[in-house]
Design a protein around this ligand. Structure first.
Ligand code: ZN
Length: 146
């Protein structure tokens, strides 16, 4: 399961609206409970380095990823997931999303942005043991009111 506060959920959805018609992307930081539930406590917005086809691809600069991971650790947070938007496409993962997902045990959150307005937000857990059997599996988003 995946837990996120209303303000953080709104923030990542708004990022999708602001980046429209391009894809936005970012990193979710927080911690993992003993039962495997991922709890997001901080959202880190990233620049999309894919300028060639930023409407249907996203890429996080590895340097930015390392910096965000380090800053998170200083606050006692780990990377628990990633998010991006699908401008005028459903909130379902694409073949490319699956190929480019490498963090097993993390959540991959996708928001569809229709004509500039955030529509559906879905989350998928990357399960499996390695690159060969990894799968993106639907997971429930629980919104924590805070
Ligand atoms: Zn995608």
């Amino acid at each position: 399961m995946f837990k996120i506060s209303r303000p953080n959920l709104d923030s990542l959805r708004q990022h999708g609206e602001q980046a429209y018609p391009h894809e936005c992307c970012g990193i979710l930081l927080g911690h993992v409970e003993d039962d495997g539930t991922r709890i997001v406590t901080t959202i880190a917005r990233c620049g999309n380095t894919r300028t060639d086809s930023a409407h249907n691809r996203y890429n996080i600069d590895p340097k930015e990823l390392v910096r965000i991971q380090r800053e998170g650790r200083n606050r006692g947070e780990d990377i628990v997931g990633f998010y991006h938007s699908h401008p005028d496409h459903p909130a379902q993962w694409s073949k490319t999303d699956h190929e480019e997902a490498h963090w097993i045990g993390c959540s991959y959150v996708i928001t569809s942005v229709e004509k500039g307005k955030a529509a559906v937000t879905n989350s998928f857990e990357l399960t499996g043991s390695d690159e060969n059997d990894k799968q993106l599996v639907d997971e429930k988003i629980e919104v924590v009111e805070s």
